[in-house]
Design a protein around this ligand. Structure first.
Ligand SMILES: Cc1cc2nc3c(=O)[nH]c(=O)nc-3n(C[C@H](O)[C@H](O)[C@H](O)COP(=O)(O)O)c2cc1C
Length: 187
């Protein structure tokens, strides 16, 4: 499909809100309507060659799901559908929500889980983000000094959210567009 699919996992809705803002900043011509991962099937994801995937972090640095009190289910319940899926040739940009004041030793670790899962399935991950300007002490989502995707802390740095969204979407947009063009040429 010649558009970007955006799927998010949330409990209290912030990751949905941020997903909507990302979609709006990138434009409806480029990004389809964001969909909660608890309503998605593997075929919904696989119809896209380019994806934006978002998640909150719960529990001991985990993805959201029933086990972490996301009563409507979330990424944890979706993961079994990924068994055997092939994301080779697909491009994925990630964003993660967390709270670095309360959970500063495992800030946005859920995004690290998505990174590992989709990289292992063959996806090319784009949209790394500088770790400067944050106060966390530990995060699995930092590799070689950078976040593997956009880290948003709407709890303790909410005043920085809109600027981070503008900067990240501006940086990632050409990468998403290039990936779409490349995939449409492959067929
Ligand atoms: C019980 C609980 C555990 C959490 N654990 C973490 C964590 O380990 N790491 C982190 O960065 N944020 C953690 N958070 C913060 C949430 O990820 C953050 O508030 C996020 O914005 C929630 O997104 P949502 O509204 O989409 O569910 C936790 C929050 C709660 C309530």
């Amino acid at each position: 499909m010649n558009k970007v699919g955006l799927f998010f996992g949330t409990d209290s809705g912030t990751t949905r809100l941020i997903g909507k803002k990302i979609a709006k900043l990138l434009g409806a011509d480029l990004v389809d309507k964001p969909l909660n991962i608890n309503r998605a099937t593997i075929d919904d994801l696989l119809q896209y060659d380019v994806l934006i995937l978002g998640t909150a972090t719960y529990g001991a640095g985990e993805l959201p799901g029933v086990a972490n009190n996301a009563k409507d289910g979330s990424w944890i319940e979706f993961l079994p559908q990924l068994a055997g899926a092939d994301f080779t040739g697909k491009t994925v940009a990630l964003y993660g929500l967390g709270d670095q004041e309360k959970y500063g030793d495992r800030f946005v670790n859920g995004m690290a889980k998505l990174y590992r899962i989709f990289k292992d399935l063959g996806a090319t991950i784009v949209g790394e983000w500088s770790a400067e300007g944050y106060t966390f002490t530990g995060s699995d989502a930092v590799l070689d000094g950078k976040f593997v995707g956009l880290a948003i802390d709407n709890n303790s740095q909410g005043m920085l959210t809109d600027a981070r969204l503008s900067e990240w979407t501006a940086a990632v947009k050409p990468q998403l567009e290039a990936a779409l063009t490349a995939s449409s040429q492959v067929g």
